[in-house]
Design a protein around this ligand. Sequence first.
Ligand code: CTP
Ligand code: MG
Length: 230
Amino acid sequence: MKVSAVVLAAGRGERMKESANKVYLPLRGIPVLSYSLRAFAAIPEVDEIIIVTRRGEEGLASRIVRDIARPTRIVPGGKRRQDSARAGAEAASGGVVLIHDAARPFPSPSLIGRVIECVERHGACVPVVPVADTVRYTDPDGFLLADRIERKGLLRMQTPQGFLRDRLLAALAATVETITDDASAVLAAGGRVATVPGEETNIKLTTKGDLLLGEALLQAGIVAREDRNG
Ligand code: CTP
Ligand code: MG
């Protein structure tokens, strides 16, 4: 089945507290968005890449896309992440779509490969990593609540999340509440979602500290800048 990668770059990056959208900030001299585009372009099974952008930022994205050796398309996103995901999936021509946060620059080739294989088998698939810290809620004043949250079995959701395109579109169309990943839409629609192991290095750049961590991972050679363009 044809595979489309949909890279979501249409956010504001407010928590990064920079004037520019975080996906265009340089990471060791290259915009954050470039990393995931190169990662997908290096995977032979990925047939096309859709980049979902904020209005007014199409030019920034098209400059980055120039050196990506895959059919690429830039489409406008929406107000919420799920609106952007829907716009991207609608523009995709593949029977399989991989929805990825541009804010995650380091998905490895093997991670992308695992997700593709898993979605072809199960129809919906998410990379996950176990939660290592103790987790708790606080009250509105910042004091801990006594309720224990069982950490065992608790997982963090990463991207790319892979879906049969039609199944994802139906689920997103039916979702009214605000969600932060695409598996949430499929689950709310009653669908089953399989998992594959994610990666600790597949970090999401949310705050300035994450940028420093990303720089350090690159510097140490723990993650690679994908220079091949498939
Ligand atoms: N995103 C998007 N469209 C939106 C909101 C988010 O395409 N309306 C994208 C972001 O560009 C990002 C990914 O979804 O690559 C994950 O979202 P998040 O990390 O929350 O990024 P932002 O929404 O940009 O950041 P913040 O929430 O701090 O404003
Ligand atoms: Mg956000």
